[in-house]
Design a protein around this ligand. Structure first.
Ligand code: ADP
Length: 343
């Protein structure tokens, strides 16, 4: 029901509009006749909100001016709008905070591998320089010592000369290993695969080691069950086997035995190099594949190791999309098991 106002601002149809609305309007509201026919909002002292529009009522008698006010209570809508606004603010602050955390987390996640490889690289360079410096210092000392004895004959100074030569050999091995690994890092090396008779290939690789083992009073046994021709990179696989055999010989003593076992199972070529040597403790089995990692460094210096062998071995296995793992050889020793997929 529209509310009717007379020109003095009194409500005429009090009965029709209900007492509560009448009370509110008659105490808190003044009709402004200047703003006709547009929608207005008003909040009264009672706290109620309304929207209304006022029209001048058509009247035959011009002295009797009346106004019709169409009014609607909008408390609920206002409350709704306020709640909505509040939710909007909370949500936008929430999503803002969330996006800050998410972007921090994601950037951290994206940066982590970069940082890790950066750290690895600096560590690698630091390790490499350190490892190169030791033999260089030894050679320098020995040569300086020789210079202090200009009248000696070579035969009198065999020891420093032999030691220097051995350090030079070590340096040369290490630089070629480093070169190989740096090529590996730049992905510059690709496999040159060819069809290879697996059993014959392994036999040929092992042959020279039989004599070396004998000279160290060790034995080498083989159990080759991979009688087939498959596609592998013979140069790299030979390098891999040589690294594993070298290690077995280095880290075993007289009386120990070294075994090479191969088989083909579920399209995988499995090669095991087993030894009964000093073994690798469980907790170091991941670490030995890291560059320059060596157990009991001082002792291993005598063996001429560079700490790069197994890192290269792992790289070769990865290149063939294979796996390399270390198992216990019972009662003592190590088993290096390589699994390479073949067709
Ligand atoms: P290194 O040139 O010192 O042999 P590697 O990367 O080949 O370097 O091996 C890393 C370390 O793993 C070695 O220093 C040695 O402590 C350990 N290791 C490797 N192979 C064997 C093995 N067959 N038996 C015992 N320990 C081994």
């Amino acid at each position: 029901v529209p509310i009717e106002w007379d020109s003095e601002g009194n409500i005429i149809n009090k009965e029709a509009i209900g007492t509560q609305l009448y009370d509110e309007l008659s105490t808190g509201f003044k009709l402004a006749t200047s703003k006709l026919e547009t929608v207005h909002s008003v909040t009264l002292d009672s706290g109620s909100s309304f929207r209304y529009v006022v029209y001048k009522a058509p009247s035959s008698n011009s002295s009797d001016v009346r106004y019709l006010q169409f009014i609607s209570r909008v408390d609920a809508e206002k409350q709704l709008a306020e709640n909505f606004g509040r939710i909007l603010i909370i949500c936008s602050i929430g999503s803002w905070i969330l996006s800050i955390f998410a972007s921090y987390y994601l950037s951290q996640k994206a940066m982590n591998p970069v940082l890790a490889s950066w750290r690895k690289q600096t560590e690698f360079v630091a390790n490499a320089s350190h490892e190169l410096r030791t033999p260089l210092t030894i050679i320098q000392n020995k040569l300086e010592l020789l210079l202090t004895k200009p009248n000696d004959r070579i035969i009198d100074q065999m020891e420093p000369i032999a030691l220097s030569l051995s350090e030079i050999r070590h340096l040369s091995k290490m630089t070629s290993d480093l070169l190989l690994l740096s090529r590996a890092d730049s992905n510059a090396t690709v496999l040159t695969e060819e069809m290879v008779d697996l059993n014959r290939f392994v036999t040929e690789v092992i042959a020279p080691y039989k004599e070396i083992a004998e000279s160290k009073e060790m034995t080498i046994w083989t159990q080759l069950d991979s009688n087939r021709v498959s596609k592998i990179d013979p140069v790299r696989i030979q390098q891999l086997l040589v690294i594993l055999l070298d290690n077995s010989l280095k880290y075993s003593q007289a009386g120990d035995s070294i075994g090479i076992r191969t088989e083909v199972k579920d399209n995988y070529w499995i090669v095991e190099v087993r030894d009964t040597g000093q073994g690798i403790p469980e907790e170091n089995r991941e670490k030995v594949f890291e560059r320059f990692y060596r157990e009991e460094k001082s002792r291993n210096r005598e063996t001429g190791g560079t700490g790069l062998g197994l890192a290269i071995a792992k790289w070769i296995v990865d290149l063939h999309k294979g796996k390399i793992e270390i198992l216990n050889n019972l009662p003592k020793g190590t088993i290096f098991r390589v699994k390479i997929p073949i067709k």
